[in-house]
Design a protein around this ligand. Structure first.
Ligand code: COA
Length: 160
């Protein structure tokens, strides 16, 4: 996807972020949040690096990146990603994933860890594996899936 631009989030992107967040909340099967405010508070928290992926000026996706844990855990990055439903399966997620790995490296992080990849979220699991993450742990029944009930989550990790 040659013309995809990944740039820092700006206040004018808020509406697009809200729309994408609403879609993911309506689905309910991948993020723990149950309110849009919860998503936005997390995504735009002070100290995080938030980026958007745009094609022809339209925001198709976003990611946020920051330390996984404070202080003695802060050399490991954590990140979250979301892509508009209508834009999925075109490489936007992979482009943001690769961009975030480069950003994490440039910020001096040693590794990246995802704490809660819902095990039934196969497109995410496959995507993270494709860009070098491995499943280092599985936490049973850690996510209340709206239709499947209690499902496990993966901890996924890669060195940088
Ligand atoms: C997970 C998520 C970020 C992936 O974003 P995406 O833009 O669809 O990701 P990609 O397009 O890079 O990859 C998705 C699929 O499209 C395929 N694909 C990528 N580019 C393609 C292209 N040009 N043509 C055809 N298929 C393509 C990939 O091979 C992949 O296939 P797979 O799922 O069968 O392995 C997105 O589904 C999402 O926002 N989900 C909800 C939020 C979420 O789950 N976030 C992550 C939580 S851990």
């Amino acid at each position: 996807m040659a013309a995809l631009e990944i740039r820092p989030y700006a206040p004018q992107d808020l509406d697009a972020l809200r729309r994408i967040g609403e879609e993911i909340l309506a689905d309910g099967s991948v993020f723990p949040f149950e309110s849009l405010q919860g998503v936005l508070d997390h995504w735009l928290a002070p100290g995080l690096h938030t980026f958007v992926a745009c094609l022809d000026g339209e925001v198709l996706g976003s990611y946020e990146l920051g330390p996984n844990r404070p202080d003695r855990g802060s050399h490991v990055a954590n990140a979250g990603y979301m892509v508009a439903q209508s834009a999925r399966g075109r490489g936007v997620g992979q482009a943001m994933g690769e961009h975030s790995l480069e950003l994490a490296r440039s910020l001096g992080y040693r590794a990246m860890q995802f704490n809660q990849v819902v095990s039934t979220n196969l497109s995410a699991v496959r995507l993270w594996q494709r860009i070098g993450f491995r499943i280092v742990g599985e936490v049973p029944e850690a996510f209340r899936h709206p239709s499947l009930g209690l499902v496990s989550v993966y901890v996924m990790y890669r060195e940088l």
